[in-house]
Design a protein around this ligand. Structure first.
Ligand code: CDP
Ligand code: CDP
Length: 229
């Protein structure tokens, strides 16, 4: 897999990693790993099976045998479309609790590495550039202020018909960021060689173009020339 180029996007909640990651994957014709979905699906499966978030061995067993598939823009858990349910903040919050358990993170490593296939991979999450793909050709650390992030997440939920309060969303996402930054395994932090991108005042298109410019600069053969012809 040494020849398979990887571009990582890490950052806090609702900074736009998923949006940027899927746009980049589409523009480059690469595979896309939304690693947060693996933690969210593990959390949802644990919730449904009545397994408490503190039972590390039991949650790790769920993660190791996660019946998860990504198909035509849908996330399927044991065949059921859970795409919308995974976006609920309650699931995100539980995901960040189980994501602090070392055995759970370990259980998801191989599944994540398996996404690295030709012609390339765009991977987004918290530890893509620091732990899972430390040799990535380009590492982006995406940020935005918490006011912007809360308002973006609010819009997203409302458009899906999920009711939400913007102030409590902001409190939730700040609490989740703090937990993600302060855990002992794979804490949320920029890799030493990451490029920082604050998109608080940028459009999605501008962010995509910025990263594609960086990508072109690190690719010996010029990625856009090869993939857009
Ligand atoms: O994956 P993550 O939680 O980091 O964020 P997301 O699910 O991609 O959500 C970000 C939301 O902010 C989306 O609704 C985007 O349309 C919006 N947004 C963005 O991603 N980037 C900008 N520069 C501006 C807005
Ligand atoms: O979309 P949002 O940024 O809110 O969350 P997500 O990327 O779907 O991730 C949900 C939770 O999973 C995060 O709060 C992290 O605790 C955890 N996670 C992680 O620990 N490592 C990753 N690579 C991805 C997510």
């Amino acid at each position: 897999t040494d020849r398979v180029p990887v571009l990582t996007v890490d950052g806090p909640t609702a900074s736009g990693k998923g949006t940027l990651g899927s746009a980049l994957a589409e523009r480059l014709g690469y595979h896309h790993l939304d690693s947060g979905a693996l933690y969210r699906a593990t959390a949802l499966a644990a919730l449904r099976q009545g397994v408490p978030a503190g039972d590390e061995a039991a949650v790790a067993a769920i993660a190791r045998a996660l019946p998860l598939r990504f198909e035509n823009q849908q996330t399927l858990l044991a065949g059921e479309d859970v795409s919308d349910e995974l976006r609920h903040e309650a699931v995100g919050s539980l995901a960040s609790q189980i994501a602090a358990l070392p055995a759970v993170r370990q259980a998801l490593v191989e599944l994540q590495l398996a996404f690295r296939r030709l012609p390339g991979l765009v991977a987004d999450g918290r530890d893509m550039g620091t732990v899972i793909f430390p040799g990535a050709a380009l590492k982006v650390f995406l940020t935005a202020n918490s006011e912007q992030r809360a308002s973006r997440r609010h819009k997203q939920l409302i458009s899906k018909g999920i009711s939400a309060n913007i102030e409590s969303l902001r409190a939730d996402l700040e609490a989740r960021d703090a937990r993600d930054q302060h855990r002992s395994v794979a804490p949320l932090r920029p890799a030493e060689d990451a490029r920082l991108l604050d998109n608080s005042a940028l459009s999605v298109e501008t962010s995509v173009d910025q990263v594609l410019d960086w990508w072109d600069a690190v690719q010996p053969f010029g990625s856009r020339a090869t993939h857009e012809d």
